[in-house]
Design a protein around this ligand. Sequence first.
Ligand SMILES: [Zn+2]
Length: 330
Amino acid sequence: MSKEESRPSDAKKVCKDFPKFINFSQLCRYTATTEECVQFGQKWGLFPKSCLCPSCGDILDKVHFSRRGNSTQARFRCSKRACRKYISITKNTWFEGAKVSFRKSLFLAYCFVNRSSYDTAIRETSGPRFDDCETSTKTVADLYSYCREVIFESLYCSDEVRQIGGANFCVEVDEAKFGKRKFNRGRVANGQWVFGGICRETKECFLVPVQDRTQETLVNLIKKHVAPGTIIRSDCFKSNECLEREGFRHLTIKHSENFGDRHTSAYTNIVESTWWAVKKSLCSTHAHTQKQHFAAYLAEYIWHQQNVDTKCKFIQFLKEICKVYPGLDA
Ligand SMILES: [Zn+2]
């Protein structure tokens, strides 16, 4: 750690040389005061650096702090006599309308990213540094679900989808039904169908809940999530034509086994263990009982898969927030 970094009071200097990753104690230092919290948020694009006065159109870039009850408000202010306008810095941001302080939201997001248990999250975000109050289980649940929504929006609702595979890469696609089995055996009665694929070489994957499993739906999903030219291995398609028309090479799994592919059995294990991991992850959170949250939990699973480097995860998450909530500056 450099000398510069260890001077928490000099927030401007700290912001100038932000590291590529942030651990818990660094986050504590960067957000020691409300002013530093705002600087931190502006540095990472979570808050706008300025806004226009809705009355006179002047650029307002000075943040005004005022204490209200237990919390501090941070607002842009137009001090012109005719305007007297205040615009909250959280307007149009992920933090708008949050019932807890910016600092607490940020630390709960940190806990979410690091997959902390509710108990840990409560312990790490309670006390004098955090609004002087104990974090409730409901607060953690709410914040975790807002975090999941950000990831879901970022993964599925933006125009740019990170495609897996590519020329000379092989992606195996498969469909599976998720849901609770009676006494853990037998057929799944009321479940959710999921279509997904895993790249053999990179282990990157996509998973999407589907309403129907027609060839058209599945081909469209492959076109969206898999790069053109990829070798697709699956048993989901009755004929090769529909995929080859779209510029993919299609091999059925049985077909390639017949031709003595020595990797096949090992590879099938990877696919199966991934499905199993997803199921296990979803079942432990009981997401399968709430269909409307299913997609968000799937997105969370994928996001953690795509961001294996735990050191950079939090920064990556801040970037996802900015992507979904560009704020006033954009
Ligand atoms: Zn004004």
